[in-house]
Design a protein around this ligand. Structure first.
Ligand code: ADE
Ligand code: ZN
Length: 330
């Protein structure tokens, strides 16, 4: 099994489902809180980490949004992103498509400009110093209104060149894709690609909605597709990528045990599945940990692991020479 872990660690990888706010390690959170003179609700790094027990998505989201409260200055967003890029390098990630939640910050009075400039500066340094290429995905918080999503879409326009796609995250239940159909249509007019979380806690209907109302290029999660035979066939036929997050699914009780995770069955049904870390600071592991844990739990072969890694590069927003270069590495 050590051989399998070694095999996974040395492979060059892409990560396609990663919330930058979900990479906020408690140590860095305390450091930034101190310099911004913000008091956290927990007395220590250890006590904060101990609070990371979730019974569902909303438990996690409450802590995740609370953690963002300390991010105020451009440098904070730089440090957050740089911290992830160091981890990405350790995980042999050569390309990362990173989501950020501007509304988690603008709703607290932090200007959009500070958020995106800090993140973007770190990504530029990542390309130069760590040789990690990246794309940025701006996610709308689906528990907020359509009007608020339109506002953030407008705020993004001066930074259009820094953002490749828009996404949809936060509480899935009660907030179906149709709520954002018009926002996504406008985003596509502006030239953004689209992705959306669907079928994490929600039903297969949300995946259908993401496909046909939001016209997504990828489905984030998509676990509940396995409940709908016609949907499975459709996703396989159009080779719609699914960004699966095994440790997230375990920690948020989307699956009760990793040995029951649908990843292998999805692969065998011909679905274009990829493995990702979602919110690694909260869910107990970065990309290699996710791959190793799920490979062990489902007895994945080296061939299946290679397929997952290849899928990630193919499902990325990369084009041309860079895409060929990365797929040629495998
Ligand atoms: N925001 C950050 N992580 C998320 C997840 N797993 N589902 C929905 N929204 C999120
Ligand atoms: Zn996610």
């Amino acid at each position: 099994m050590d051989n399998l872990a070694q095999f996974i660690r040395q492979l060059p990888k892409a990560e396609l489902h990663l919330h930058i706010e979900g990479t906020f390690e408690p140590g860095l959170m305390f450091e930034i809180a101190e310099r911004n003179k913000i008091k956290l609700e927990y007395p220590s790094v250890e006590s904060l980490r101990e609070a990371y027990h979730f019974t569902q998505l909303q438990d996690f989201l409450n802590l995740y949004y609370a953690g963002t409260r300390v991010l105020i200055e451009e440098q904070d967003f730089y440090d957050l992103t740089w911290n992830y890029l160091i981890k990405a390098k350790e995980n042999n990630i050569v390309h990362a498509e990173i989501m950020f939640d501007p509304q988690a910050h603008t709703s607290r009075g932090v200007p959009f400009e500070k958020v995106i400039k800090g993140i973007n500066r770190a990504l530029s340094d990542g390309a130069e110093k760590l040789r990690i290429t990246s794309r940025l995905i701006m996610s709308f918080l689906r528990h907020l209104s359509e009007k608020e999503a339109f506002t953030v879409l407008d705020q993004s326009l001066p930074y259009r060149e820094m953002i490749t796609a828009v996404g949809l995250d936060s509480s899935e239940q009660g907030n179906p894709p149709g709520k954002f159909e018009r926002v996504f249509a406008k985003a596509r007019e502006y030239g953004y690609l689209t992705v959306a979380h669907a079928g994490e806690e929600g039903p297969p209907e949300n995946i259908w909605g993401a496909l046909y109302l939001l016209h997504v290029s990828r489905i984030d999660h998509g676990n509940s597709a396995m409940l709908d035979g016609v949907l499975i066939e459709t996703l396989a036929e159009i080779q719609m990528p699914l960004t699966i997050c095994p440790l997230s699914n375990l920690r948020l009780k989307v699956v009760d045990d990793l040995s029951h995770h649908p990843l292998k069955a999805m692969l065998h049904k011909g679905l274009k599945v990829t493995v990702n870390s979602d919110d690694p600071a909260y869910f107990g592991g970065y990309l290699n940990d996710n791959l190793i844990a799920v490979a062990q739990a489902l007895s994945l072969t080296e061939k299946e692991i290679l397929q997952l890694i290849r899928n990630s590069f193919e499902a990325s927003f990369l084009t041309g020479e860079l895409r060929r270069k990365y797929t040629g590495l495998l």
